[in-house]
Write a protein that binds this ligand. Structure first.
Ligand code: CO8
Length: 375
């Protein structure tokens, strides 16, 4: 009896949803500094007698130099830029309306579906892979599946900034094992919802966006053969968010900034760059890919200096312009979606047989590598 061929997973299409508002560094810094002035004026007596330290102003020049970020897209700009509010204002919707995170995911998925030649009925699984779901249940993925009229099953997964590559690997394994003919992975990120806009060290880091990826087993021209996927995790407290449903059970209550995103940025930088570079090189070696011959790197978009260093280590030289795609200048860090935006917006010029790398890294620590070849 002939053994049935194992389907080879491919990325068949990607999609992007860009939120309606953009905030420049200058706008963000101006709101932050107005907040700082007000805080220092209101607490002048306590500052004068040393009971509390004055808050320091932020700087647009620092932000661009330290991170490479010039602006970011967000779902609501008015609340973020109001020094008395400094968080997005996103009114809760009734249960019979689509939730905002699912709506963004559906918009990105629709973009991907419109670029895909395959039949919608082939999609037998939807994975919502993102940093923070807006609720624990029902799964965001099931709401997306329902809105798009898809069959099969759907579930959420959270591996912070690495969620998209973990989702792609899971989808690729579903394809190889014959679980389904096609998988939709969506990455809706409202990072502004869990960013502390009053924290000078991190108020500039994140933006909102949604991406989508369709993975199938049909090797059609123009699709991307997945040459290999690899995942890695290593526990670290250096990027952390303690928000959760047990907060209400804690006698001290929800507290303030520690239930939002916090990080030790310098340590993250120092520890993650070597971890990810080594992982990429080892994975390439193990699957017979020459990293120096990769046409493009679509890396996670957290910090331009991190990406420059990883790019140099992987390619073995200074990347030429456009080889190491940077989109964080206008999107900031969009968590799981960053490497997918990079891939989506910079792959048109590939000829059949040319290769590239999608790679994400972030909290956990976690990292994922997906080597692809244009068909
Ligand atoms: N304006 C002016 N000066 C500032 C500011 C500011 N806003 N902030 C800090 N400074 C000053 C500091 O006070 C310090 O001054 P001094 O030298 O006098 O003490 C100086 O600038 C340098 O400060 P840092 O050492 O903090 O600055 P860095 O050069 O390290 O840059 C970065 C800070 C940009 C944060 C950098 O460390 C970095 O990008 N690190 C990597 C971070 C990273 O990749 N994090 C991953 C997070 S993503 C993830 O996985 C989480 C997913 C969950 C999503 C959550 C959504 C909200």
């Amino acid at each position: 009896m002939e053994t049935p061929a194992v389907p080879q997973p491919v990325i068949a299409a990607t999609g992007l949803y860009v939120p309606p508002h953009s905030i420049s560094n200058r706008e963000l810094v101006s709101a932050f500094n107005a907040f700082v002035e007000r805080f220092n004026a209101e607490n002048a007596a306590a500052i004068a007698d040393g009971r509390i330290a004055p808050l320091l102003p932020s700087s647009a020049e620092f932000i661009e130099k330290a991170s490479g970020i010039k602006s970011r897209h967000v779902m609501d700009k008015t609340g973020i830029l109001d020094p008395a509010i400094m968080r997005p204002i996103l009114p809760e919707r009734p249960n019979d309306q689509i939730s905002i995170l699912a709506e963004m995911a559906v918009a990105a998925a629709t973009d991907a579906l419109n670029r895909w030649a395959g039949p919608k009925n082939d999609i037998g699984a939807v994975i919502c892979a993102a940093s923070n779901m807006q609720r624990p249940y029902p799964a965001m993925a099931i709401e997306v599946q329902n809105t798009l009229g898809l069959g099969g099953f759907a579930f959420d997964m959270n591996v912070a900034c690495s969620s998209a590559t973990f989702g792609i690997k899971t989808a690729a394994d579903f394809i190889s094992s014959g679980s389904t003919k096609a998988v939709l992975v969506v990455n809706p990120e409202i990072c502004s919802g869990h960013l502390n806009f009053r924290d000078r060290d991190s108020h500039f880091i994140f933006g909102d966006v949604a991406t989508a990826v369709i993975i199938t087993g049909s090797e059609t021209a123009g699709a991307w053969r997945i040459l290999g996927t690899r995942l890695k995790t290593q526990f670290s407290n250096n990027i952390r968010n303690n928000f959760g449903f047990l907060n209400r059970a804690a006698p001290e209550g929800i507290g303030k900034s520690d239930k939002l995103f916090v990080q030790e940025g310098r340590k993250v930088f120092k520890e993650v760059v070597p971890m990810v570079s080594e992982m990429i090189l080892a994975h390439a070696r193990d699957i017979g890919v020459d990293p120096h011959a990769l046409k493009r790197l679509w890396l996670h978009q957290a910090n331009i200096n991190m990406n420059d260093m990883i790019g140099r280590k992987v390619l073995g030289r200074d990347p030429r312009p456009g080889e190491n795609v940077i989109i964080l200048d206008t999107f900031a860090n969009t968590s799981s979606a960053g490497s997918i935006i990079a891939f989506h917006t910079a792959n048109d010029d590939f000829a059949a047989g040319e290769r590239g790398l999608i790679c994400s890294f972030g909290a956990g620590y976690s990292a994922g590598t997906v080597f692809v070849e244009k068909l």
